[in-house]
Design a protein around this ligand. Structure first.
Ligand code: KG4
Ligand code: ZN
Length: 337
């Protein structure tokens, strides 16, 4: 089964073709981040308009790369939520109408399920069940994954998502948008020990997270010092250490609690090198295998949507002719296909 996947939930237009027999045939991403950088964050209306401009040309390019004519497709998958309503509607309306015109089924995919299954695009794919750490700009979740669609929430952020904390801290340090890679780059020039920020909610039991206090600690440090390059590096360094440490502590706790021997990391913050290294070390100490997608499949992409959609379409799931977008949609509401 050959499936076209469309991702337009935020500021990346992602398109891919996944074939259940032959794997990923082609994928492409158009990032709007330069356009939004001027405003220090994503401007929803600009995002929607840019998806409208970029999506169909990108579909043509990806189909050509995949050596696939529209008539060779067996289904279309698009991100149905969660995300920015206007941006989601672009992918949903184009995806649903394309499938209608081609006389093939369409399926709406949950963006976080896409992230969660992205490591399965890799050669060394994890088997079910596993513990998953989902870390993106909008979510910080620890989930017990028994099978596709069988997700149990173990913990989540009670306030800011970890990616959001990276983005906001980068903004206050004038490091630009998106903040994650900018903080990581600045942190590489920072030193250990000059600042130390809290590891929120690690001193009490449970698997929930909180990142707004960490962000405030960075803000106070930034207000109390002249922000020269050295200080920016030191604050970024201390921030990254605290954020990563917090995630690692909670993963260790969740592994102990569940007894899982596989840990999957997905979502944009999963591209962070320090986080990947520290979780790999944690796995090594505990006989746990750690899986993550290549960095381009950690951040938003069309391949993860084509993949998750293909599995659901193959199992017979499809949408009716009325398409919808769900700006808010809990991963825990999903069921097995
Ligand atoms: O998954 P994603 O691309 O989009 C959402 O679904 O939100 O995640 C984007 C988030 C942003 O907050 C971005 O700053 C963060 O992932 N991010 C990183 C890195 N690359 C992206 N955070 C830390 N280190 C990185 N290398
Ligand atoms: Zn995402």
């Amino acid at each position: 089964m050959r499936v076209l996947g469309l991702e337009t939930s935020c500021d990346d237009t992602g398109v891919a073709v996944f074939d259940t027999e032959n794997g990923l045939l082609a994928h492409k991403l158009y990032s709007q981040s330069q356009m939004h950088a001027e405003y220090g964050g994503v401007v929803p209306e600009l995002a929607s308009r840019d998806h409208i401009r970029k999506l169909l040309p990108l579909v043509r390019e990806v189909l050509a790369d995949a050596g696939t004519a529209p008539g060779d497709l067996d289904g279309v998958a698009y991100t149905m939520g969660p995300g920015l309503a206007g941006a989601l509607l672009v992918g949903a309306s184009i995806g649903r109408s394309l499938a209608y015109a081609l006389g093939i089924p369409a399926v709406g995919v949950h963006h976080m399920e896409g992230h969660l299954l992205a490591p399965m695009l890799e050669h060394d794919a994890p088997a079910f069940p596993f513990l998953a750490l989902l870390v993106s700009g909008g979510h910080t979740l620890l989930t017990d994954v028994r099978a596709m669609g069988d997700y149990r929430l173990l913990g989540e952020s009670v306030d800011d998502a970890v990616g959001e904390a990276f983005d906001k801290t980068a903004k206050l340090l004038s490091l630009g948008y998106p903040g994650g890679p900018a903080i990581a780059a600045a942190a590489a020039h920072g030193t250990t020990g000059r600042f130390r920020f809290p590891r929120p909610m690690t001193d009490r039991p449970g698997l929930d997270f909180s990142f707004s206090g960490l962000k405030t600690a960075a803000l106070i440090a930034a207000q109390q010092h002249a922000l020269d390059a050295r200080t920016i590096g030191d604050i970024a360094h201390a921030f990254q250490e605290a954020a990563v440490d917090t995630l690692v502590i909670k993963c260790a706790r969740a592994l102990e609690q569940t007894g899982h021997t596989r840990l999957v990391i997905a979502g944009g913050v999963g591209a962070n090198t320090l986080l990947r290294t520290r979780l790999q070390e944690l796995g090594g100490r505990n006989n746990v295998r750690v899986y993550y997608p290549r960095p381009v499949f950690c951040t938003d992409n069309g391949a993860m949507i084509a993949y998750a959609g293909a599995l659901r379409l193959r199992a017979g799931q499809k949408e009716g002719l009325v398409f919808s977008a769900r700006a808010r949609w809990s991963l825990m509401d999903l069921t097995a296909p």
